[in-house]
Design a protein around this ligand. Structure first.
Ligand SMILES: [Zn+2]
Length: 88
């Protein structure tokens, strides 16, 4: 269905966040929202391999990357004390 899989540099205007999408047939498409450039690369072509090598994939398993205050809490190690003195 043409889901977005990542982004790459636009081959036309050079801006770094042209969207890379993949159709259900495996064709890659690049769409630049700045200059409206669009390109397609069919499966098995050198163009597709080059795009895949150059693109930055979206986070795997994450449709929309979280933004804002969604940072994981720092894992504090559990307090561990007192053992050494007992065994001594
Ligand atoms: Zn562009």
């Amino acid at each position: 269905m043409g889901g977005r899989i990542g982004w790459t540099r636009c081959g036309c205007c050079g801006q770094p966040e042209a969207a890379v999408s993949k159709t259900d047939k495996g064709t890659l498409s690049i769409t630049c929202h700045k200059c409206q450039f669009s390109a397609f690369a069919k499966p098995g072509t050198k163009a597709k391999r080059l795009i895949e090598a150059a693109m930055t994939p979206d986070d795997e398993g994450t449709e929309t990357p979280p933004k804002g205050d969604n940072q994981p809490a720092p894992s504090a190690p559990p307090a561990r004390q007192g053992f050494g003195t007992i065994l001594g």
